[in-house]
Write a protein that binds this ligand. Structure first.
Ligand SMILES: NC(=O)c1ccc[n+]([C@@H]2O[C@H](COP(=O)([O-])OP(=O)(O)OC[C@H]3O[C@@H](n4cnc5c(N)ncnc54)[C@H](OP(=O)(O)O)[C@@H]3O)[C@@H](O)[C@H]2O)c1
Length: 430
């Protein structure tokens, strides 16, 4: 059976998809029995040179030509408004849709999936999370027999590159960001990546499929890495931890925690070893236990590979008439996380300081696991001989609500200078 596929948006990913379908089309037909015919490719500018030349007869500047000539419409424009209208229009015209648009799906996926379900159509979105890593299919199909307990990982290559450079080369955040921009790993405006929003969009999508339901994206806790001080990366290393920007979704009873924040991991944790622009995702299921998925989280070819896997998947569904059902379930998110904490306070170098901070923590039932010796800290920070020194406290597991209350009080102690640094620590052993 022939399946006509049209693409709107021929940039980094769109060009990769055209290249893959043209170069490997017959291989795909042989492997799957589906003959994928590229029908039309729309973009608003065909003058711009591309990494792969799109055949003239496929090009158009009018997205409606794609809608008219395709069974499957692939949205690779990005952004929200135009992309959403395009997808809704395609669904209304009875077209299956494939998109890599994590921003749109995280914030408006519920409406889009519902609309497609009403029409008995598929929405493929493998490329929206983890680039070439087949994580969506793994959770939806390979791990379908499991109650998923947690999905977490490194979902943004730009921030992972920056943190890797800070850890390995002792460069500060600004220098590492500049390097990432020079290498093309970070955008000129890097805020979506470094402020954690890209990871948040992806973990929201993973939560929808792992836990079978929806929640408002605005309820996700999001903290990026812009404020990370090299001193804390180094102190963490001294304590045996590696700093990563983790996106975490966990089920606790009937509530969900979905959060993105800088996190210390034990240096021998498999995620701690994921460096540079690579992504990795852990999925924990009640029968399978822990599984880890690793690979390139972005780029033209890896992402095109994921888009094409959706095309073939939908083509097969078209062939055999299957449809995808979504659970109509909504979650409210819990913000009272339960985690260990790394705390750094700038304090005067005099007796009694630790005792006064420890008292406030104890009042909130937060117990201290270890304290980093001030002398050692001063040496690391190059702050010897100064009157104000950093004091690092690692806590046992505590509730976020208790920690916030304790920090409010600690901030008011006369011995604490400036804002305390708080980094969550993920490790199994207490
Ligand atoms: N790049 C990656 O590695 C990657 C990885 C995973 C997911 N994604 C997702 O994939 C999607 C596409 O990303 P990308 O990196 O390929 O973006 P891109 O390089 O900016 O490509 C988007 C293309 O769509 C064109 N376009 C914009 N508005 C249009 C319109 N109204 N009609 C027709 N064409 C239009 C753009 O033209 P102009 O340049 O003139 O605006 C551009 O050529 C995004 O949702 C992104 O989040 C990307």
């Amino acid at each position: 059976m022939k399946v006509r596929v049209g693409i709107v948006g021929c940039g980094v990913v769109g060009t990769g998809v055209v290249e893959l379908l043209i170069k490997n089309g017959s291989l795909i037909s042989k492997k799957t029995g589906a003959h994928i015919e590229l029908s039309k490719v729309a973009d608003r500018d065909w003058q711009r040179p591309r990494a792969f030349e799109v055949p003239q007869h496929l090009r158009t500047t009018d997205y409606r030509q794609v809608l008219e000539n395709s069974d499957i419409v692939v949205e690779l424009v990005g952004g929200k408004d135009f992309a959403k209208n395009l997808i809704i229009e395609a669904i209304e015209k009875g077209k299956h849709v494939i998109t890599a648009n994590k921003h749109l799906l995280a914030e408006e996926g519920h409406e889009i999936f519902k609309k497609a379900q009403e029409k008995g159509l598929c929405v493929g979105f493998e490329a929206s999370v983890g680039g070439g890593i087949p994580i969506i299919k793994a959770i939806r199909e390979s791990l379908v027999g499991n109650n998923i307990r947690a999905v977490y990982g490194i979902l943004n290559g730009t921030t992972n590159y920056i943190l890797t450079r800070m850890l390995q080369e002792d460069v500060n955040f600004e220098e590492a960001l500049k390097e990432a921009q020079e290498k093309g790993y970070a955008e000129a405006d890097p805020s979506l990546d470094i402020d954690g929003w890209d990871s948040a969009h992806k973990i929201a999508i993973l939560s929808f499929i792992a836990f079978g339901g929806f929640f408002p994206f605005s309820h996700v806790y999001v903290e990026g890495i812009r404020h990370i001080d090299l001193l804390d990366v180094e102190l963490g290393k001294e304590l045996g931890y590696t700093l990563k920007l983790l996106a975490i979704a966990k089920r606790r009873d009937e509530s969900l925690e979905v959060r993105v924040h800088p996190t210390f991991l034990p240096e021998d944790d498999p995620l701690a070893k994921v460096s540079d622009v690579f992504n990795a995702i852990m999925v924990e299921g009640d029968f399978v236990g822990k599984t880890m998925f690793y690979g390139r989280g972005a780029g033209s070819h890896p992402t095109a590979s994921a888009v094409v896997s959706d095309i073939v998947d939908v083509a097969r569904r078209v062939l055999c008439g299957q449809r995808v059902d979504w659970e109509e379930r909504t979650y409210s998110l819990s913000n009272n996380f339960y985690s260990r904490y790394y705390l750094r306070f700038d304090v005067p170098d005099k007796p009694g300081v630790l005792a006064s901070i420890a008292r406030v923590l104890a009042d909130q039932q937060i117990s201290i696991a270890s304290v980093l010796q001030k002398e050692k800290v001063c040496k690391l920070a190059g702050r010897e001989g100064k009157h104000i020194v950093p004091l690092v406290i690692l806590t046992h597991k505590a509730y976020e609500g208790s920690m916030r209350k304790a920090l409010e009080e600690v901030k008011n102690l006369p011995v604490v200078v400036g804002k305390p640094v708080v980094i969550r620590v993920e490790e199994e052993a207490e």
